[in-house]
Structures are given as structure tokens and as C-alpha cells.
Design a protein around this ligand. Sequence first.
Ligand SMILES: [Zn+2]
Length: 473
Amino acid sequence: MTVIDRYNRQELIKGWNQELLSNARIAVIGSGYLANYTLTALAALGIGNLEIYDTAKVGEDKEFLLFSAELGESKVKSLEKILSKINPVSKIKGVGISFETPSLALMLGKPEIVIDVTNSSKSKSTILNYASSKGINVISASSDDDMAEVFINNLKENAFLKEYNGVKQGRVVSGIIGGMIAEEVRKMIMPLDKNDIPAKTAAYSLSAQRRFSKEKEGKFQKSDLKDKKILIVGAGALGNFAALGAALEGIGNIDILDFDEVDSTNLNRQILFYESVGKKKARALAEKILEIVPSANVKGIVGKLSEDSNYFKKNKPDAILDCVDSFAVRAIINYFAVRNNIPLISGGTNPRSGQVIVYEPGLSACLDCKIEVEKALAEQRKAASCRFAPDPSVIMTNQITGNMMVGEALKILDKNRGEPVRRILKYDSVAPVRGGLVGPGESCSCTKPEIKEWLGQIDQKLENKQIDLKTQP
Ligand SMILES: [Zn+2]
């Protein structure tokens, strides 16, 4: 596989200059969940020189990148090994020294950016002071189970994130903030235009109604999810992160449905396929998730969710996670969700933003009421054409959105974890405030007839010009 292939999808983005990323040198301090997710995004993106600093050893409770590491092994050395597989083109180096070692300054030298993702205010104070004395860009972030925060080139007291000292780092929130850190890093090294400016701070809180918030609104009593079952439709970039996040959060039964094969142009964002080019995505993803979380019951199903799918005749999952990239297929997923009364969490991305829509029967509006997916299906049925032009795609929005989807799925599966969003949950790298809720929050009372009748209704509406294709999403 060539380097050109690997970055093909992101090089389609206007203003992209991979060389700037390939020449960059970035140091990451830490080896917990936030480091795992930040490093995954930076390595896949193609940061050319990535250094990881920490002294921790692999313990019983392994972070996801350390699934094949031996107990007692140096975590940064194990991270170096696995990240070098995820992107063999990047130079990745694990350095087993801590912020307390006087030689750290010597080793660090002057990278473009230093990122402290520990839950240690002592580490942060050393790193932030060092970076500011040398004029180096510095990012400070921490997470707990429900919330993560990041400060960029901000040396105020609150950037030391004292309240996270010694606390275990969360999974989903680390996935979201790790992806956001990589996007802000990309802006620092390779801005796409003059308005592409890094944020000063950002946060994500599973307990806050607005999600992109520094507020904690209550503490959750969490129930076990090992008997819950979800269906993930689509094993691309969103599917990779949704399946990984779901398994890490303890969702016991995961079916993954996809018909496609892994291609080398997938590797800049579909992080679990580094050994799977040429294999079926559904099976490759299920196998890798099982290696990472052996206790999960994960099944890869090779196939499409089409009009004649009989999956729902035999299965009733507790939720469906829609990770596809076609509005026409979304309409079919929405049909099965409404018809069978199954909650649906739908994710979509482009290179600069991502959104999550939750349909909970009777409580929130379905996908067609929110984004009119049936128009796209009508057009596809009329044109019956199969257009193929690759869309630009990057890891960051997929990592953020896939994890936001899991965050909402947890609330659907366990009512003790608060309400899922009713409005559209949006991440936007271009907006000054990086994310929030958009659109109305009303519910709908849609029902669906037998599938043939439903498809007939769609074709009829198109005939009668009740569907205006010009405003298709
Ligand atoms: Zn509806």
C-alpha cells in the first residue's frame, strides 16, 4: 500500500496539505484513555513524528490500545508498537520518563505542540510552565467517567484541571475530547483557511443537557449493560468508533452489519482495520473488538440492510446505531426502527462536523420528521443509478460523532443515566462554540405499514410531486 492511498480521502479536502502534518513533531504526556484516543486520532491523521511520555506500566485494567500488551510492560512502549501498526508511515516513539525527571526538558526539546492528557495537575503545571517558557503550543486535558475538558494555550490556574487528580479516565468522553484535540491540533499545524483558528477551551459532559458543557448536572447510578443488545449498521469509520465505544462501555451484545470490504483508503480513519485490507468489514471489525473486549458477544454479519432484510424478523435489538453514509439507507433503517418500535441513534459526518439524531419511539421525532430521509430514498428508487465519487473523510469528526452516539445509546439502554437528546446533537469544528443542540425537540407519532405498502407510498408521493427533490438533504 502506498502513502498516497492512505491519505487519499483527507487530501480531497480543500486547503489540505498532508506534508505539513507529516513534518510535524508532537509530544503527548500520558498513557490513559485520553492519551489512547488522542494518539489514535493523531497517528491516523498522519502526524509524522509522535512522541509519548509516561512511566506507567500495563495493569489488569488495560486501555483499548493496550489489548495485546503484557502485564508489567511499559505502556508507552506498547503504545508505540500498536500505533506503528495503525499508521506505519508515522514515526512513533514511546519514552519511559515522567515529568518529575529533570531530563524530561532535554528529551522534549522544542516540538510544535505538547499535549498533557494526564489526570495530574502536578504534571500539567510542569509541562505548561516548560512550554510557556520555550514558546511551545500547549494543550491540557483531563477526563473522568462523565466529563472531559481541554484548554489550549491557556496557562491559567484552571488549565491544571486539579479536580481530575487521580481519578480514572472515562471512555466515551475521552473519545470525544481526544478527537476534538486532534482537530484543534490540525488547525494549529495546517489551517484550511484564515478563519480556521484553534479554540481556547472545550468540554463534553454526559450529565449536562447541552453536552458540550463544563457543567455537571447530577451523578449517575449506572446499571449493568451486559444483557443489552444493539445493532450497528455500517462498519466504516463511524461504525469502528461506535462498536469500540459500545464494547468498552460494557454493552454485552453487539451485531455489526455491513456488506463492504476494507480498502487501503479507509485506513486514515477506520482505525481497527490496520491488518484487514481485503477482508469483509463486518467480520474484521467484530474480530478486532473481540480481541480488545473478549467478554463482549460481538457478531459480524455480512450483508445490507435492504427492503427485504429479515434481520428484524429474528432479532429485536434494544437499540439500532445507524453508521451508514447514505440518506436512502438511513430511510430504510428509520423504517425498521419506527415499524418495530426500536430506539435509533443515527450518526452522520462530513470533514468539519458531525451530528447525532436520537429517535426514541413516542419521545422524540424520527429521522424522516427531523431530516426528511425518505426524499433521498424516493430519488434513489426513481433514478436507480449507482453513482460513485469518493467523499472526503477524516478521523476526527468520525471519532467524535461515533463516541457521541455511544453516549446517547447508554442513556437509551440505562434509564438511570439521564435523558438522551431530543434535538439534533451537533459537533461543528467551524462554529466558535464547537458543539450544541439544534432544531426542535418535539416528538412524532409516525407509524409504518408493511414494507411493500410503505415503498409504494414513497413512489406515489414522488409521482404526485409531494416530494420536492430539490430540497433533498
Ligand atoms: Zn416521524
